[in-house]
Design a protein around this ligand. Structure first.
Ligand SMILES: NC(=O)c1ccc[n+]([C@@H]2O[C@H](COP(=O)([O-])OP(=O)(O)OC[C@H]3O[C@@H](n4cnc5c(N)ncnc54)[C@H](OP(=O)(O)O)[C@@H]3O)[C@@H](O)[C@H]2O)c1
Length: 321
């Protein structure tokens, strides 16, 4: 049932058609100067599109990427399209958990970041442990999408001068999962020979990714309760045609031919949230706050006790790394 409702919702709202319908009520966004935005995973796709749109409007843009060559190429692209804009490259692999706090500490000595955009994300499939496990033996999707993203967010929140906005790019895929508070939270030495259906090491990582994206929504909501001076927003870009989609979901990519949004359209709500003052703690699609659950389909998972277990897990990982 959850899949049926999700597909109907997706075809109606997440596609190019959904964007075209929603964007009829969009108004022009203001220009901003004197604002600095750090975007993770901004060398391609939605992150790069957001960086370009923000640079165009006068923001100083910090690209936090794991590959220097790809990041420099992205920086040059932005400068070519928007000459004179302020763009900086920083190296950060968000799955390398012990490197995140030192990254933020060093960065904060030289720059003040007003807006953090947690955009980096992945859906790595397969049972090859060299690809699926990090150096600390965490499953790589969980390390990148949930744990690393949380550690980065908390590290920024522990600075003397904290960002006024934090935006996390989740996914409509999260509608298919209810919160599993322990999912991916512990290291492991080996991948199981037979992939488990409900564990974080299933061969096809679609479910892992969806759970990670649900976890992002939950931790952003929980952080909202604790940090009143920062505006937290989680958003869903819709279905935008990017390298990630082509490589990680080739069948879905083919099936949806002609219905994909462009990366620019996927990035629109990131830019909107970066420029406009909005209510903190909401989940956004196409510049509107939307439900985080498919009503009756969600069934449990969202109890405060489950949330508390999840946040405790994340906090102990934050303390460890
Ligand atoms: N496209 C969609 O339809 C869609 C739908 C829902 C949600 N999203 C979300 O949108 C975000 C952007 O994805 P996209 O579709 O634009 O795909 P993309 O073009 O592949 O961009 C993903 C970015 O994340 C970076 N990244 C991945 N792992 C990283 C790590 N460990 N450390 C640092 N950077 C890392 C990638 O860097 P490399 O180039 O080095 O790999 C890349 O720059 C993701 O969070 C994704 O889950 C996308």
């Amino acid at each position: 049932m959850i899949t049926g409702s999700w597909i109907i919702k997706g075809l109606r709202e997440f596609t190019l058609g959904g964007y075209e319908k929603a964007s009829k009520s969009f108004t022009a966004l203001p220009d901003i100067t004197k604002t600095s935005v750090l975007i993770t995973g901004s060398n391609s796709g939605i992150g790069l599109a957001a960086a370009k749109q923000l640079a165009k409007r006068g923001a100083t843009v910090h690209l936090a990427c794991r590959n220097e060559e790809r990041a420099e190429k992205a920086k040059n692209e932005i400068l070519e399209e928007h000459p004179g804009s302020n763009v900086f490259v920083h190296l950060l692999d968000i799955s390398k958990l012990p490197t995140i706090k030192p990254f933020v500490e060093k960065l904060s000595q030289d720059y003040k970041i007003d807006t953090l955009v947690n955009n980096a994300g992945c859906m790595v499939h397969g049972t090859d442990s060299s690809k699926r496990l990090t150096a600390q033996n965490f499953e790589v999707n969980c390390a990148t999408n949930t744990i690393g993203t949380y550690i980065l967010t908390k590290a920024f929140l522990s600075l003397d001068s904290i960002p006024s906005k934090i935006i996390t790019v989740s996914s409509g895929g999260m509608y298919t999962e209810r919160l599993n508070p322990n999912f991916g939270m512990s290291p492991t030495d080996t991948l199981p020979e037979k992939p488990e259906k409900t564990g974080p090491y299933i061969k096809d990582a679609t479910q892992v990714y969806a759970q990670n994206k649900r976890q992002q929504v939950v931790f952003m909501e929980e952080l909202t309760k604790k940090h009143q001076s920062t505006e937290f927003s989680t958003m869903h870009p819709g279905w935008a045609e990017t390298e990630a989609v082509k490589n990680s979901m080739p069948d879905f990519h083919k099936k949806m031919e002609g219905k994909w949004r462009s990366p620019d359209q996927g990035a629109d709500t990131i830019v909107y949230l970066g420029l406009e003052k909005v209510e903190s703690g909401k989940f956004w699609l196409d510049r509107k706050p939307v439900n985080t659950k498919l009503c009756i389909d969600y069934r449990g998972g969202d109890s405060q006790s489950n949330r508390d277990v999840f946040m405790k897990n994340l906090e102990s990982l934050y303390a460890e790394f």
